[in-house]
Design a protein around this ligand. Sequence first.
Ligand code: GLA
Length: 388
Amino acid sequence: MVEIESVRSRFIKHFDGKTGNIYASPGRINLIGEHTDYNGGFVFPGAVDKAVVAEMRINDTEDTVMAYAIDLKDRVDFHLNDPAGPRTSWARYIYGIALEMRKLGVPVKGFNIAFSSDVPLGAGMSSSAAMESCFACGLNDLFGENKVSQWDMVLAGQATEHNYCGVNCGIMDQFASVFGKAGCLMRLDCRSREFEYFPFKPDGYRLVLLDSKVKHQLAGSPYNDRRNSCENVVKHIAAKHPEAKFETLRDCTWEQLEEVKAEVREEDYKRAHFVLGEKDRVLGVCEALNEGDYERVGELMYQTHEGLSKEYEVSCEELDFLNQIARENDVTGSRIMGGGFGGCTINLVRNDLYRTFIADAKKRFCEKYGHEPKVIDVVIGDGARKLC
Ligand code: GLA
């Protein structure tokens, strides 16, 4: 994780020499359950040991925020009462979360903030949710006597994406970043918001991410189109069954999807078809984990990759290639992780195959694309917290 001292020294240097409080909030992985969160389905994420670390201090102004992004060496000052807010994309997360925390009754005024992150950007590990949860945690502590609940911070982070950053995301990323617990994955029912911690220590296996370094950018992207497709299918199903309540695809059956097949676009049908299958796969993984059947977990991961690639169409050539290399190396499970359009694959690998798989993936990927994928070993860490 980012060193506290390196954040502190920049905070002192860039502002008035005083120190503040330091907060951290992690990125996440997701074992299975992709694009199910905004469809009311299940997800299976865990927080990682890579995080956004921010130092924050009240500056006694009415609404002036002085912000420094250490990694970018970029300083932006703005006013919370300015309805337009800052233009710089990273600063919009600070502005957005501050206004969302105000909506929750936290009397946020001016503050100074400097932050740094080791969550890889655009890798599908939710670097933006890590920022939102970290800043929410800090504002709750500095201005709100920590009265805002963890769930409300999750929802404030999601609202920041919707209202200030242009991504109509679900709640998985912010949930994982806030509720994460070292050594545990979490199965979340995104409809009821009930969740369960699953200690995850697969005997004889390990989880590794291969980052293709193809950058994804969800804002204004086909991510929102995918969500619209799903909602469109739900509308059609609901119109056929006025007696029942359909909020998301979670409420729809395979039969009902078939009933509307002819009237929705083929693309929308394929998206919904993936989501219904993915909902079942998450439950299948839970069962398999309970039985210690990692080979079954892996099979389901491969099925998810197929669906994300062919039906949901959020993969890319580089990620399909990494998935193919995993198959050829007898890796137990492999799939694209996160929103898609680039980023990494998550791989469940037997310990004895790890070295050869990684060496083969590096070599072949480099031969084809001119650079090696970045290898990120997964360590499941804790969620948002005050460090000092
Ligand atoms: C992004 C979004 C999440 C979720 C995933 C796909 O990470 O922020 O809400 O939809 O994509 O599972």
